[in-house]
Design a binder for this molecule. Sequence first.
Ligand code: HEM
Length: 149
Amino acid sequence: MPYLQAVVKEALRLHPPGPLVIRPSVTGLCCKPVMRDPYLWEDPEEFKPERFLPASPRSGGQEDEMIKEEVLKYIPFGSRRRGCPGSNLAYLSAGIAIGVMVQCFDWKIEGDKVNMEEARGTMMVAMAHPLKCTPLLRYPNPLPSLVFV
Ligand code: HEM
């Protein structure tokens, strides 16, 4: 599902779960400034999964250029030789988890909008107000064999 994968990628661009460690000096780098840099991204603060969908079929050369460019500016999994070897598994698991959560449940939140304000002063991008939500099972359950409540 390309759009769901684009949603996962965009969520990791705006909210990378961890800092990047640069070896051998072992320096911590916060990925956020790179992945929200207005020189690298259009509307960097906006949640736009479409940016990760190819606008039109590309030739092999254009595809390679796009991948090379992304390696330098999209770094939630690090980059190149020491990049995360679990990135494909992470994309797959996150896609399945989100898919099941959206398909099987409605989500009730306090108030009418999630407060996306970010906590300051750390290398991690954390929510200033942790998300509290309640899953409400959908009837009929679209995936009864997967969810036992
Ligand atoms: C959303 C999920 C994940 C994120 C954001 C993430 C992110 C990262 C980052 C930033 C690094 C450091 C890369 C660097 O220093 O340049 C890393 C390393 C690593 N990750 Fe992940 N990771 C995720 C999931 C996974 C999974 C599912 C696995 C394995 C099943 C995994 C295995 C590893 C390993 C073994 C390394 C060390 C690689 C090395 O030092 O050469 N990660 N990850």
